[in-house]
Ligand binder design. Structure first.
Ligand code: ADP
Ligand code: MG
Length: 319
């Protein structure tokens, strides 16, 4: 395998960081990340160079809650800074647990985290209706305080006020060339955390952060295409994708072509907000590169890459 290393983009979901939502404390996060790092190190030991991307939904929620509780005393932080905070803290946890795995195995590898900005279009229609509520309910007074500091807020059907954000399409990964070069040189790169920090470009070509959330599966797929990855793998809470998920006639899928995936999606087999964005992200990668994408549980990454489990999304002609 030496000299013949291939590049994989591995997108890890919330369950790779918090196994049990009832026990999300830092000690349990370390336990969970350590397990995930072991699975990723297994793949690297088999000759893959890896870029790890990750979600940050729960972590952003915790920071927002701290903002709410402390806002009478300490200034609140805008969402772009919060995403940057989570890229740093989650990146650090992955970096350290991966490095400890490499040391334990005598592998000469080092993980690095790249704070990543992702450009979005200020005219993306998603900005016209920022409907994704984040954080808890606020009183009108609290909501006005957040609004005064640049947060879009919305009254939520008489139940109280909430901050709302748009989820625009990722257009460009600003640090793309650095990620590509670093992984080609053998660094294990952690990037595009939480879908990336959403930024827009002004008339002068300057970047600035915007309060929005980019879908992490979409941004990870864009990265995998742009750095010409050999494999795009989404690690989530299920070993395989199913038809009729959760119903008595549920069927686990080993493999589907892009056309089949589209068909199943149109038939409503993949829930919006969970499995659907993953299928869309895989379709985009497979169509652009002609290579396969895989969806599986973190514990099955190496077996899935060897074709033993997981759900493969493949080009039509290899059906
Ligand atoms: P992540 O944090 O990894 O992004 P999500 O919860 O957003 O995870 O998406 C994964 C979840 O999607 C699975 O745990 C499962 O509950 C759900 N899901 C919805 N439709 C399907 C399907 N057709 N097959 C498998 N899982 C599905
Ligand atoms: Mg998700």
């Amino acid at each position: 395998m030496e000299g013949e290393r291939r590049i994989a983009v591995i997108a890890i979901g919330g369950n790779s960081l918090i196994a049990d939502p009832k026990r999300p404390d830092v000690a349990h996060q370390w336990d969970t990340v350590r397990t995930t790092a072991r699975h990723i190190a297994d793949l690297i030991a088999q000759g893959w160079d890896v870029v790890v991307t990750h979600g940050n939904g729960p972590q952003v929620g915790f920071i927002l809650r701290r903002n709410e509780l402390a806002s009478h005393e300490v200034h609140v932080t805008p969402l772009d800074l919060i995403v940057a905070d989570t890229q740093g803290s989650i990146g650090y946890m992955l970096q350290q647990t991966l490095d400890n795995e490499f040391r334990r195995r005598g592998m000469h590898k080092t993980a690095i985290t790249l704070v990543t900005q992702v450009r979005v279009d200020p005219n993306d229609p998603a900005f016209q209706r920022p409907t994704k509520p984040i954080g808890g309910f606020l009183t009108e007074e609290e909501a006005r305080r957040f609004a005064a500091q640049g947060w879009p807020v919305m009254e939520d059907a008489g139940r109280g006020w909430r901050r709302v954000v748009a989820s625009p399409q990722p257009l460009e990964i600003i640090e793309e060339a650095a990620i590509r070069d670093a992984v080609r040189q053998g660094w294990v790169v952690i990037a595009v955390g939480g879908g990336g920090i959403p930024v827009v470009e002004n008339e002068k070509g300057e970047l600035r952060g915007v309060p929005a959330v980019i879908d992490k599966d979409r941004a990870s797929s864009l990265l995998a295409r742009r750095i010409d990855a050999d494999l795009f793998l989404i690690a989530t809470a299920v070993e395989k994708v199913a038809l009729n998920y959760g119903k008595p006639n549920q069927v686990w899928l080993d493999r589907m072509t892009v056309s089949q995936a589209r068909q199943y999606m149109a038939e409503g087999h993949f829930a919006p907000g969970s499995m659907k964005p993953k299928i869309e992200a895989c379709i985009a990668f497979v169509e652009a590169t002609g290579r396969a994408a895989i969806i599986t549980h973190p514990a099955h990454i190496t077996r899935a890459v060897q074709g033993e489990t997981g759900t493969y999304i493949v080009p039509d002609e290899t059906a």
